[in-house]
Ligand binder design. Structure first.
Ligand SMILES: Nc1ncnc2c1ncn2[C@@H]1O[C@H](COP(=O)(O)OP(=O)(O)OP(=O)(O)O)[C@@H](O)[C@H]1O
Length: 280
């Protein structure tokens, strides 16, 4: 393995996988959508962000994924300050960031087979052998079969096209793709919002099991406080681009919560959450 490839392998430390300090952003000619946002996510932790539509959750996620720029503040990913990175350094960093978005159909190219879509991120990392394939035959079909198995889909799905899969199955493929490069950290931006209630519960359960298995950290974004409470270790509440408060999930029902958080609690519903382990 050459130096370039070996430098991509994990070094697990207790340093945060993501640190955002004082991040501020306005779209050209528009209002400020992020105001002095700071957060930090530790290895293996899930930080949930909840807030009404337009509060800036997705813009924050896109900034952290280095897909959007920001005006002020600092972003540190995997110990590297992002501002000022050279193009190839940024490309390498990006290839190791996992992301799952709301609409799986939009995330999968309709002309590619599931195998081709699944292996896109690994194809960017030429020569990288994921640790889950060490000591095993690591041809493309073997890797695809392994990844499909991780999300409880049959290996035969690798030869299908996205239109042949249900919404929940497509989302499981995007989750398998997100974990394929063994990221330390995955952004989950409303990953279940386009799914029916039963499938939402199944996908949330899968994401939680994968987190236990892989030790990955999540940024879980949702307007659904119950889903955020189910998934997260800590919860951050956003409104109008600002962080209102940030607390351990156990503190959600405490009486000193911000009035806005209390108003979200009034519509707290656990109907979409898994109550029993769900067999996928
Ligand atoms: N590309 C853009 N150009 C201009 N304004 C934008 C752009 N993207 C988002 N905005 C604005 O930024 C604000 C925050 O949007 P964002 O999508 O981050 O909110 P959100 O909390 O994720 O909302 P939702 O839950 O509906 O996805 C909104 O007022 C939105 O209209």
């Amino acid at each position: 393995m050459d130096d370039h490839v070996s430098s991509l392998q994990h070094v697990h430390t207790s340093n945060p996988v993501v640190t955002v300090s004082g991040l501020t952003k306005a779209f050209t000619g528009g209002k400020t959508v992020l105001r002095n946002v700071s957060l930090s996510i530790s290895p293996q932790e899930c930080l949930g962000i909840v807030g009404e539509s337009g509060s800036g959750k997705s813009t924050l996620a896109r900034c952290i994924l280095t897909l959007d720029s920001f005006d002020e503040g600092e972003l540190v990913l995997d110990g590297q300050v992002v501002r000022g990175l050279k193009r190839n350094e940024l490309k390498r960093l990006r290839s190791r960031l996992g992301a799952v978005f709301q609409h799986p159909a939009a995330a999968l190219n309709s002309r590619l087979t599931i195998l081709q879509s699944l292996l896109e991120p690994l194809d960017q990392l030429k020569g990288y052998v994921p640790s889950y394939m060490k000591g095993m035959p690591s041809g493309r079909r073997e890797i695809a079969a392994h990844l499909l198995g991780m999300v409880k889909l049959p290996a035969s799905y690798m030869d299908k096209y996205p239109h042949q899969l249900s919404g929940g199955e497509k989302q499981r493929v995007t989750i398998a793709r997100a974990i394929s490069t063994e990221p330390d950290f995955i952004v989950l931006d409303e990953p279940t919002a386009s799914l029916d209630v039963t499938t939402q519960a199944t996908v949330l359960n899968l994401l939680k099991d994968l987190q236990d298995e892989l030790g990955v950290a999540y940024l879980f974004i949702s307007h659904d406080l119950a889903a955020v409470h189910f998934m997260s270790d800590r919860i951050m509440v956003m409104k109008d681009g600002s962080v209102l408060e940030d607390f351990a999930k156990e503190a959600l029902f405490q009486p000193d919560r911000h009035p806005y958080t209390q108003s979200l609690l009034e519509v707290f519903s656990t109907c979409c959450l898994p109550t029993e382990p769900i067999l996928l």
